[in-house]
Design a protein around this ligand. Structure first.
Ligand code: NIG
Ligand code: FE
Length: 410
């Protein structure tokens, strides 16, 4: 298949490397371009003026005059498998209750855990499948999904099996993360070690045996998992072959960033509460800083200091954190707009953070995240727009016309 007369082909990369600091401002493109796809792969691209000499006249052609073509989004942090919803808490928050108070009253994550444990696996799959179909239409072609609303052996394994089934049946590229350490179940409120032992002795062996997860995550936060508890869980996860990705520094300066770096985490995510020390620590590491501004928006928190982090030459990814409590939206175009508006990232920086760097944060950079020969044909075709910056500028508008995932139209 040939896509021809592309107004601008965006995100072309001959070589795949994680983008840091200043390099994030560059988003290479070709004007008036074509793209050649065979089966599920990008095989060639170039300028329209060079197409006639290629001898591909008999191939199916799709003329997209006026459209921009971009790599599909890579959403590297989500909790897309969940049951029910939490709009009652949303209203409580409007009336002034804090996220922590809601959690202390048995709301928050525990509320979702109750709902999830009462939902059969098939129903959970169906709900997650619908959410995945929704975000596909918004251009998401790769996503990481976490467990963490089970908090029982049975519940956590159920969530991970749903993620694995999504992985098998969807054309979205999916990575799976075990987040048994999302919060302490009420019965273990005063006996943290007993729950940690359950994670280590009863959950992790089955997860490893059935290969249910790629990563291990912990909510390292005051009132949730301390640095010491986080370390204990990460060490066990690593023993079972899982690489760390961490919820770090969301609500407080928690030591999460330093812990993530110490254990060579692929990414540390959230980072609303960081300062110089955390930035310095990240500078010395290969850990990706993943920002989740839609959660900060939804919780009315201050945003992470993205510009300061870019000035320090850090690699940034952005992700939706799609979950029922702090970001009930998997909308990547809106996230990109928020990143431009609130994090003061340029459109190019935000798109790089949402594509190639997001792919790195899921170790999917050899398959997706850019327009490169040999990568998956995961593409977004925009409606006619005057410039790339028009995408985040007109926030809330649906400017995606079509999405191609693994060579098939969504
Ligand atoms: O990433 N911070 C911890 N976990 C989620 C929120 C979970 C919830 O409230 O259900 C997050 O924001
Ligand atoms: Fe999260």
């Amino acid at each position: 298949m040939l896509i021809i007369n592309i107004k601008q082909l965006v995100g072309i990369r001959e070589e795949t490397s994680l983008l840091k600091g200043k390099a994030m401002a560059e988003l290479p493109y070709l004007d008036n371009a074509f793209l050649r796809i065979i089966d599920d792969q990008i095989v060639e691209y170039g300028e329209m003026k060079d197409l006639s000499e290629k001898g591909w006249d008999n191939e199916e052609q799709i003329d997209v005059a006026g459209q921009y073509v971009l790599p599909a989004w890579c959403d590297s942090h989500s909790h897309l498998v969940y049951a029910g919803s939490r709009e009652t808490e949303f209203v409580d928050k409007i009336k002034g209750m804090s996220y922590e108070t809601i959690a202390k009253n048995g709301g928050g994550i525990l509320n979702s855990a109750r709902l999830l444990n009462n939902t059969p696996e098939e129903e959970l799959f169906h709900l997650a499948w619908q959410r995945l179909e929704e975000v596909k239409k918004l251009g998401t072609g790769a996503i990481e999904i976490k467990s963490g609303y089970g908090l029982t052996v049975e519940g956590e394994l159920k969530m991970l099996r749903v993620i694995r089934k999504l992985q098998k049946e969807s054309d979205v590229l999916i990575k799976s993360t075990f987040l048994g350490a999302h919060t302490y179940p009420s019965v273990f409120k005063d006996n943290h070690q007993a729950y940690i032992q359950q994670i280590i002795e009863e959950m992790l062996p089955v997860i490893a045996e059935e290969q249910l997860a790629d990563y291990i995550d912990v909510f390292c936060e005051q009132g949730f998992f301390s640095v010491q508890e986080t370390e204990q869980i990460l060490e066990a996860g690593i023993r079972f072959g899982l690489k760390p990705k961490l919820h770090a520094n969301q609500l407080h300066v928690s030591g999460g960033v330093q812990t993530g770096v110490k254990y060579k985490a692929i990414s540390v995510d959230h980072l609303e509460s960081i300062g110089e020390a955390e930035i310095d620590c990240l500078k010395e590491s290969n850990t990706i800083a993943t920002l989740l501004p839609s959660a900060a928006f939804f919780l009315r928190m201050s945003y992470p200091p993205a510009r300061q982090m870019l000035d320090a030459n850090l690699p940034l990814a952005i992700a939706t954190d799609y979950n029922p409590g702090s970001s009930p939206s998997g909308n990547m175009p809106l996230l990109i707009a928020l990143s431009c508006i609130q994090l003061k990232m340029t459109p190019e920086e935000a798109i790089n953070a949402a594509t190639i760097n997001g792919a790195f944060a899921m170790e999917l950079h050899n398959s997706t995240g850019s327009i490169s020969r040999g990568k998956k044909a995961n593409l977004i075709l925009t409606k006619p727009i005057p410039s790339l910056a028009y995408l985040p500028y007109s926030f809330g508008s649906t400017l995606i016309d079509k999405v191609l995932l693994q060579g098939k139209w969504v």
